[in-house]
Design a protein around this ligand. Structure first.
Ligand code: SF4
Length: 241
């Protein structure tokens, strides 16, 4: 890609609400688990899952927005990430797609520098071309009923169809128990989802292993993929790993 220019950044609307950047580390989840990676965690989310493992990035009733986030120009975000010598950059949150317009120049700078970008999203906001053209993989994580929100809020069929049509999306479901598998199967059938991954809801190494053991046979029987949470296995709930 050539001739791309960075957006001016002197307007708050064009700055990024950033929770944290960190790395180098390894991607803990999904198809790229184990890969050398750096992370960009965005502030704010359009959902409110009751078992969210990163509430500090969006729950301003429990955390201080001014302490947990900062407004940063896109080129500064790109510069922070390019300090990390990783081929893979994971954009996560919070919900990254809420800020895809501001992220487009960051993604452009990263891909120009040879980075591969993976986006972790809840699948409720469709990608737009200015951002989408730089993204190698979407790890779309539609939320199940156990997350405590009505389906109309957490499942957006038209948006899931857009992600599916990119052919650069996998669908990763967090299960509270093997009983949640039927709900995943209904969504998979209803929306024609391919490339399904399941992963246990867990915040300790013991719970990750127990959860993966409980889900393994289900994943194999249903021809799904099983994701670890390597960061939890290795470092518990330590931030920035
Ligand atoms: S969509 Fe993700 S970041 Fe947002 S509340 Fe749910 S689990 Fe947390």
């Amino acid at each position: 890609m050539t001739g791309r220019t960075l957006l001016p950044v002197n307007s708050p609307r064009q700055s990024i609400v950033l929770c944290e950047t960190f790395g180098p580390t390894v991607q803990g989840e999904g198809p790229s688990a184990g890969q050398h990676a750096s992370f960009l965690r965005m502030g704010d989310c359009n959902l409110a899952c009751n078992t969210c493992d990163t509430p500090y990035s969006w729950d301003w009733n429990r955390y201080s927005r001014s302490e947990q986030t900062r407004r940063v120009p896109p080129e500064q975000v790109a510069a922070e990430l390019l300090q990390h010598p990783t081929r893979l950059v994971v954009i996560t949150g919070g919900e990254p797609m809420m800020q895809q317009a501001q992220l487009a120049p960051v993604a452009a700078r990263l891909t120009e520098a040879g980075r591969r970008i993976e986006v972790e999203t809840n699948g409720t906001i469709a990608p737009e071309s200015a951002f989408d053209r730089h993204i190698s993989l979407y790890v779309v994580s539609p939320k199940l009923a156990h997350m405590g929100m009505p389906q109309v809020r957490r499942i957006k069929p038209d948006v899931l169809a857009v992600f599916q049509a990119t052919n650069r999306a996998v669908f990763k479901f967090v299960l509270d128990s093997p009983q949640d598998a039927d709900e995943v199967a209904v969504l998979q059938e209803a929306y024609g989802l391919e490339r399904v991954w399941i992963m246990p809801q867990a915040t300790t190494a013991t719970a990750v292993l127990d959860g993966m053991r409980a889900l393994a046979d289900t994943a194999i029987e249903r021809r799904w993929n099983l994701s670890p949470r390597l960061h939890t296995l290795l470092w518990g709930d330590e931030r920035g790993r």
